[in-house]
Write a protein of this length. Sequence first.
Length: 255
Amino acid sequence: MDNKKDIYNLWVQYTTKNDETHFRQFVARFVAIWRSQLQLDFQAENCPMWHEVQPDSGPHLGRLPDELLPAIGKFIIVARDVCETEGKLEEQAIEEVAILVDCLVIVCRHFDNILSIIKYEYKPNLIAILSRVFKQQMELPQSVPAISHLFSSFSAFLEVMYDPYLTWRSFVRGQSADYSRLSYKPHSVHVEIVPFIYDCFQEEKLIRYAEIGESLLNILGAVICGSQVAPESVSSPFLCSPFSLKNRLIINLTS
C-alpha cells in the first residue's frame, strides 16, 4: 500500500467514515512516501546547503486533500486536551503527534504553503503539548524515543517555517548564507517560542537529555538565521563560530 492511489483511498475512508484509524494510516503513509523523496534529516551530510534548497521540493497544498490541515489541527488539539486532562501523554500518543508534525514539515517544504501553515493555531497547541511532555521526560531516568522524536520534529517544523533555506544548518557546517540572494522574506516568530525554550533551559535535568537540548538549540539558531541576520554579527557570547557554536551554547545554557 505504498502507492499514492492507495494512500488517498485511506483519506476517502477517513472522510466517509470519520474514522481516526484511517486518518492515522494516511498520515503515516504520506510521511513515509515523502521521507523517501525529501531529505528531512537536517543533520545528514547530504542535507542541502542554503543555496541548494529548492523552494518547491515538497507537495503543493493544491494537490493535497482540502481538509488535511484542519484535520491535523483537530488531532493536535485532541492530544493537547488529553495532555491537560491527564497531565501526560502515553508514548504512542506522543509518537502520533510527532508524525503529525512530520507531515507539516513535509508540507512546508513547498514554500507556497508556509503562510497557510502559519495561519493555523498549530504552534501554541504544540508548545502546550511539548511543555507537558518535557516535564514528563524530566521525571524519567532515561530518554523516551517518542519524546525525542517529537522535539526533533517540532524543531524541524519551526526551522522550515522560519528558516526554510536551512541557513542555520549551513552555518553550523561552516557556510554562511548570502541573504541578498534569498527571495524569501522572514515571518514574525510566534511569541511563545523563545519563552518556551528559555523555560526548558531553566531545568537542570535537561543536561541528561542531549537530543532534546540539541533540538531546542536548533530552534534558536533557525530563528536567528531565519531573521536573515548573519549569526556571526549577533552580539552574543554564544554565537561565535560554527565550529564551537553548539558546544558553547550547550555549556552556557546547561551550566
